[in-house]
Design a protein around this ligand. Structure first.
Ligand SMILES: [Zn+2]
Length: 431
């Protein structure tokens, strides 16, 4: 991968240099399903801008999100993210001060992405990996589909447990790890996939064997395969977040992580179809979020859920859709202690999701609010857009997996009774 320093030097001549990651030459094999509209047309005409705003506090971040901007990066005094021209106008009308804007084509069109990015898995490669895991340990591993995407792709789950396969019910406590609700967050597929592989490779290890004997462990590494395949189409990255639903106004995609029913339609989730954070026409309007809902609903043994996203290096817990704390004090103590423990393991920052800004309709609020499942969002590496943003390159994959294997084992262990975490190691209940 290009080093950051090299990228900065390369970009230094232009006014608003970001390291640019986006031209994924040779990164992926072609998609398996033919898209209806020529993708290059979507890409060439992409009107979105990367915008940086004055944002001294949460009120400004919230106003930006409510205007339809997808805030991706928060720094002292400022926030940055993607906006359509209309969202940018709404943000200005709301009194926000815009520092800089730059179009995606201006900024993200030129540099090549390293070929070794091909270690990231596209949809077909992911399916092949999951099937090979199952073939390696058929007594322990099974692969099944939880439903179909908008464009008819199977949404693959892999299950690791002793004594049950596929969709057989189990009374063992369960946990599910998910990736790529958001298409461009490719690292969030690699991490759960590598964790699943690690467990299979180490199945003879006493601790891993104990966990797989006594827990029901699921991975759904690619919740949004249509979006993923579009994002890598033509060997270029398209900076695509949403699924590939065709909206009534001609725009493409619903933000799956704003489409869950808990608090759906509230703040921080756009009603405008062309915004990156479009919540969809109704809660669970999308086949992908519906499939996750039905998967979870059919498994009352699930106690813990982890949804991987990128980027920012955060560990987030509910609520995301409200400034309030969750009312169950013991659960809140458990959430805080779990997030704190996992923060020590990863170096990530733990916080309530809405501390960034309120955003309704996400997976974790629904899982906790509706099902009482201890649900976390991990925002993986890197820390900022300047460190590679959504496309940090092949070089980070192993390191990010290494940082995330211990939290995964910790959560699998705790899934028998997450309330065990309400008291920290010193026996003190978190406030
Ligand atoms: Zn995301």
């Amino acid at each position: 991968m290009r080093t950051l320093a090299a990228v900065l030097v390369l970009c230094a001549g232009s006014a608003l240099a970001l390291p640019d990651p986006f031209d994924g030459k040779g990164a992926k094999t072609p998609p398996v399903v033919t898209v209806k509209a020529p993708a290059s047309a979507i890409s060439q005409a992409d009107p979105r801008v990367w915008v940086e705003l004055d944002a001294p506090g949460k009120a400004e971040r919230q106003a930006a999100v409510d205007a339809g901007i997808s805030i991706e990066e928060v720094k002292p005094g400022s926030a940055a993210g993607f906006a359509t021209p209309k969202a940018l106008e709404r943000a200005k009308a709301a009194g926000l001060k815009v520092r800089t804007t730059v179009t995606l084509r201006q900024r993200f069109g030129a540099l090549d992405f390293p070929e070794k990015d091909a270690i990231y898995h596209n949809y077909k490669e992911l399916e092949a990996e999951l099937r090979s895991l199952a073939a390696r340990a058929p007594d322990l591993v099974s692969v099944f589909s939880i439903g179909k995407s908008t464009r008819g792709r199977d949404l693959w789950a892999v299950r690791l447990t002793k004594g049950a396969t596929g969709t057989q019910r189990s009374k063992k406590p369960g946990i599910v790890f998910m990736g790529t609700h958001h298409a461009r967050e490719h690292l969030s597929t690699e991490v759960p996939l590598l964790i699943a592989k690690n467990l299979v490779d180490n199945r003879a290890d006493a601790e891993v064997a104990r966990l797989l004997d006594t827990r029901d462990v699921y991975f759904i590494p690619m919740v949004n395969p249509d979006g993923v395949e579009y994002d890598i189409e033509g060997g270029k990255y398209h900076m695509h977040r949403k699924n590939m639903a065709q909206n009534a106004d001609g725009s493409t995609g619903v933000d799956l992580n704003r489409n869950y029913a808990w608090g759906w339609g509230g703040g921080g989730a756009s009603p405008n179809p062309d915004d990156d954070t479009y919540r969809g026409p109704s809660a669970f309007s999308e086949p992908e979020s519906k499939a996750v809902r039905d998967f979870v609903s059919a498994r009352p043994n699930l106690k813990v859920l982890l949804s991987y996203h990128t980027f920012s290096e955060l560990i987030l817990y509910p609520w995301g859709g409200s400034d309030e704390q969750i009312p169950d004090k013991k659960a809140l103590a458990a959430f805080k202690n779990m997030a704190g423990e996992m923060a020590k393991m990863t170096g990530y920052t733990p916080e309530q999701s809405s501390d960034l800004y309120v955003a309704t309709g996400d997976t974790c609020d629904w899982a906790w609010g509706e099902k009482g499942i201890f649900a976390f969002t991990f925002e993986l590496t890197p820390k900022s857009m300047w460190d590679g943003g959504f496309y940090p390159g092949a070089g980070v994959v192993q390191r990010v997996f290494q940082a995330n294997i211990r939290p995964a084992l910790y959560l699998i262990d705790l899934s028998d009774d997450p309330y065990r975490a309400a008291k920290d190691a010193a026996g003190i209940t978190a406030k």
